[in-house]
Design a protein around this ligand. Sequence first.
Ligand code: ARG
Length: 257
Amino acid sequence: MKKALVLMMTLLMAVMMVAGCGGGEKKKAEAPKVLRVGTEPTFAPFEFQKEGSKEFDGFDMDLIRAIGKQLNMKVEILNMGFDALIPALNAGNIDVAAAGMSITPDRQKAVDMSDPYYVSGLVVVVNKDNEAVKNVNDLGNKGIAVQIGTTGAERAAKVPGAKVKNFNTNAEVFLELKNKGVDAVIIDKPVAEYFLATGGGKDYAKIVGDTMEAESYGLSLKKNSPLTKDINKALLDLKKNGEYDKLYSKWFGAVKK
Ligand code: ARG
C-alpha cells in the first residue's frame, strides 16, 4: 500500500515536470515582441493608404512586414508626420522608421540608419503647360512646394531666391502645384513617376530635367539600437532568399539591384 502510494507520487511528479517544461516552451512561442514602425503614408509606392482604407500599403510596408516575420516580431505601423519620425525614434515611441528615408550624413548623426535598400534621387515636377522651367536651374525666384523635413525641402532651400512652401503631406504638395500656388515640386523620382503613372498626376504634371542627387533609402532606428544589426541581418537574408526581389518586382517591375 505504502509502495503504491510512493509510486503514484513519483509518477505524478514526473508528469508535472514534463507539463512544466512544455508550458515554458509554449510561452516562448506565444508572445512575439512588437516592432513599432513609424511612417508617413503619402509617399506611394513606398507607403500609402488606399482611399477610404486605414491599411498601410507599399514597398516599404511589405518590406518591414517581411523583416518582422524574419525577426519573429509582430509589426505595428503608426502614422505620423515625416518630420516627427526622428524625434519619435529618439523619444522611444517607435522602434523603426520605414518611410523612404534617404540616408544622409546629418541623419546618420541623429539616428542609426540601416544598410541601403533602395536607390533613389530627386526630380523637379512642373505643370504640363509650363515651358519656362526645364530643370532645377530655372527655379531661381520661383515658388517650390516640398514636404517638410525631406531632402527635397533641403534641395529647394538651396535654390537662389526661391519661395519654398513646406507641407505636411505630399497630397498637399501636389495639390499646390495643380492649383498653381507654386511653379514646381521637388520630390523623389520614383514617387513622382508613380504619381504621373497612376496617381492622377498625368493630367496636369510632368517631370523636367535630370535626376538630381542620388540618394539611397534606409530604415532608421534610435542611435545605438540593439535592433539595428538584426534589421541589417534580416535585410540581407531577404535579399539572399529572393523575398526582396519578389517585393521589388511587385512594386517596380523588373528586378534591379
Ligand atoms: N527621401 C526623402 C527624404 O528622405 C523623402 C521621404 C519622404 N517619405 C515619406 N514617407 N513621406 O527626405
